[in-house]
Write a protein that binds this ligand. Sequence first.
Ligand SMILES: [Zn+2]
Length: 324
Amino acid sequence: MPVTPPDDTLRTIGYAALQPGPRLLVMGGVHGDETCGTAGIERVRAELDGGTLTLRRGQLTMVPVANPLARRRLQREGERNLNRSFQPRTAPVDYEDHLTNLLCPLIDRHEVLLDLHSFESQGEAFAMIGPRDNTGTLEPFGRADEEGRLARALGTPTVVEGWLDIYAAGLAQRAGGAAPTADEIAYGCGTNEYIRSRGGYGVTLECGQHRDPAAPGVAWRAIRRTLALLGMAELPPELADEPPPAPPRLLRLASVTDRLHAGDRFVREWATFDAVSAGEPIGHRHDGALLVAPGDGFIVFPNARALPGSEWFYFATLSERRLG
Ligand SMILES: [Zn+2]
């Protein structure tokens, strides 16, 4: 179990090589009950301080516990979800507002973000990336290739794209088709959306189930592979000897379905990335109406206990995009 911070102070660890290069920020513990990122960061810190890892160029900053209050409570949140409404505030109110005001300027000084998380249900690690290059208003972006290369280098079997698009579509659905306000969309923005809005790019890595003993190793590998990809450090021999990871399966979130009533039920227990065929039953509304898969695809983030009016499950399809 990684060290728990003794108080609510945000701690950062910084290394700067004499040679200029990329500025990488690695964050763990944005959610307090997700400890694998902290463990991975502490292992890399020990390697750097012990001399078995040398930073060749660029700058590496690591935040082992991005939400100290949530970590001390071993809960997802301190006073609210730190990974929502992630933007600076002129009048911070709650604990996470104050943290965000410390973390945003830190992110501003970096160009690449690796944000390390874990999840509650059983399942294998996956990465989440942002939009394709676009000049739209929702999430304009121009670094999709670099972001895709990073996601691919992390080596998870699955990568998911399209979060903010579908988040905004969900808002419109709930409002009967009315366009969501800027504030409503901002609520869906976390650390990665923030760094993209500042000209950088970022990948969220979900390292596995919260208590999966393999998850800290997934986090550590991810940091070491990111440093190698960016030319900031060598891969350790045990990773250099591994065959390169197979290209991941890329899924594109296509829709979100809300649970509308406490009587809405899944036809069976779903896990993230369960494959479904067009027309396959997914759940029943409380009035008996059957919900079926709109096409061949995958169930993502199912939540059988979702509060009525909130996200019940996402549906994703295989994406034709090539990463990097
Ligand atoms: Zn998380």
